[in-house]
Design a protein around this ligand. Structure first.
Ligand code: HEC
Ligand SMILES: [Cu+2]
Length: 339
C-alpha cells in the first residue's frame, strides 16, 4: 500500500501541476496566488491518495469471504497514539496552509512602499457596461471618464469600484483578482500589472439580461505609451481641419468607436462583423433612419424602447462616456453602414 500510495501521489502531483488552472499571468499578485495554488495541490494530492489507498486496500484485504456472512470483526477500542497522530497531523498541515494563505493575502493587499506613486483609478459598474475614471491627480486637469482601461506596466494600481445600480463584480482573470461592486459602497483592490498585453475585464456577478456581455478590456502598456495615451485623451479637442464641419463625424473613426464600446456584444451589424443577440439587429432597424434619430437612440436609449425589447438593457451613459466627436463619428458610421 505504501508503494502504491507513493507512486500514485507522485503521479497525481505531476498531473495536478501540469494543468493550466490559470489564464496567462499578468500581475505580481497573480504569480503569488499561483504559487499558493501549486502548494495546495502538492499538499492535498497525497492526502486524497492516502485515504483512497487505505479504503481500497482494506476492501480488498478484509473483504467478506464465503462462510463469514454472520461473523463480525474483533471489537477495537480507542488507540490513543493513533488518535493523537490523526488529529495533530492534519491540524498542523491546515494551520500551516492557513498561515501561508494569510501571508499571501496580506501581501496582495499591502500598499506599495512608495504609496504616493500608486495609480488610483475609479471603476463604475452599470447594467451592462464598465466606465473608468482617471482622477485629476493623474490627468493634471479635469477627471477623465472613459470606457478604455489603459495601465502602465510595473506600477501598482488601486481600483476603487462603485455600482450605479445592482451588484456587479470587477474581475480581470489574468490579474487573479476580483471584487463585488456594491451599490452604496466603494470596494477596492490593487494589482501591479507585470506583463504587456490586452486582457478581458469580466462581470462576475449575475446582474441582469446583459450580464454575459458586460465585458471590457484592460491594456497593459509601457509607461511612455500610457503617458501618451493619457495626454491624447485629455488634450482639448482639436478644431476640425480639412474643411469638415464640426460634428459631422468621420465614419471610419466611427467603426473603431463601435468596436471599442462593446456595441457588437448586443447588436448585429454586418459591416462590423457584429453578431450580438441582446438588442435589435441594427442592419434592419436603422435602414433609412436619420442621423438625429440614431444619435437619440444611442444617448437616450430609454426615450424610445425598440419594439420587443426591455428598457434599461442598453447602457444609458454613452452620452457621457463618448466624446462629442466620437459620438458624431459613431452616428456617421452607423448611417453609412446601414444605408
Ligand atoms: C448591453 C447590451 C447593449 C449594448 C452594449 C448596446 N446596446 Fe444598443 N440596444 C440594446 C437594446 C436591448 C436595445 C433596444 C431597447 C432600446 O431601444 O433601448 C438597443 C437599442 C439600440 C438602438 C435603437 C434601435 C432601434 O430600434 O431604433 C441603437 C441605434 C443602438 N442600440 C445602438 C447601440 C450602439 C451604437 C451601441 C454602442 C455604443 C450600443 N447600442 C450598445 C442593447 C445594447
Ligand atoms: Cu454586471
Amino acid at each position: 500500500m505504501v508503494v502504491v500510495g507513493v507512486i500514485a501521489s507522485a503521479l497525481g502531483i505531476v498531473f495536478g501541476l501540469s494543468i493550466d488552472w490559470f489564464p496567462t499571468i499578468a500581475s505580481v499578485q497573480a504569480e503569488k496566488i499561483k504559487t499558493l495554488y501549486d502548494v495546495l495541490v502538492i499538499a492535498s494530492v497525497p492526502i486524497f491518495v492516502l485515504v483512497v489507498t487505505v479504503v481500497i486496500g482494506a476492501v480488498i484485504r478484509f473483504r467478506m469471504r464465503p462462510g463469514q456472512e454472520d461473523m463480525d470483526g474483533p471489537p477495537i477500542h480507542g488507540n490513543t497514539r493513533l488518535e493523537v497522530i490523526w488529529t495533530a497531523l492534519p491540524s498542523m498541515i491546515i494551520l500551516g496552509l492557513c498561515v501561508y494563505a494569510a501571508a499571501v493575502l496580506h501581501d496582495a493587499e499591502k500598499a506599495p512602499a512608495a504609496s504616493a506613486k500608486e495609480l488610483k483609478i475609479g471603476v463604475t459598474a452599470q447594467q451592462f457596461a464598465w466606465t473608468y475614471t482617471y482622477p485629476k491627480e493623474l490627468t493634471g486637469g479635469a477627471p477623465l471618464k472613459t470606457t478604455q482601461l489603459v495601465l502602465p506596466i510595473g506600477r501598482s494600481v488601486e481600483f476603487q469600484i462603485v455600482s450605479e445600480d445592482v451588484l456587479h463584480d470587477f474581475w480581470v482573470p489574468n490579474f487573479s483578482m476580483k471584487i463585488d461592486a456594491v451599490p452604496g459602497l466603494t470596494t477596492r483592490y490593487r494589482v501591479t500589472p507585470n506583463r504587456l498585453g490586452t486582457y478581458p475585464v469580466v462581470c462576475a456577478e449575475l446582474c441582469g439580461l446583459g450580464h454575459s456581455v458586460m465585458r471590457s478590456q484592460v491594456q497593459v502598456v509601457p509607461p511612455t505609451a500610457y503617458a501618451a495615451w493619457l495626454k491624447r485623451k485629455t488634450a482639448p479637442p482639436k478644431a476640425t481641419t480639412s474643411g469638415g464641419t464640426a460634428g459631422a463625424g468621420n465614419a471610419t473613426a466611427g467603426k473603431q468607436v463601435f468596436a471599442d464600446n462593446g456595441c457588437g456584444g448586443c447588436h448585429v451589424l454586418a459591416d462590423a462583423g457584429a453578431k450580438g443577440q441582446i438588442g435589435p439587429n441594427l442592419d434592419d432597424v436603422l435602414k433609412g433612419a436619420t442621423a438625429a434619430a440614431i444619435k437619440t437612440d444611442i444617448v437616450d436609449p430609454n426615450a424610445q424602447i425598440a419594439k420587443g425589447y426591455g428598457p434599461d438593457i442598453m447602457p444609458a451613459n454613452f452620452g457621457q462616456t463618448l466624446s462629442a466627436s466620437d459620438l458624431a463619428s459613431l452616428v456617421a458610421y452607423l448611417k453609412e453602414a446601414t444605408s
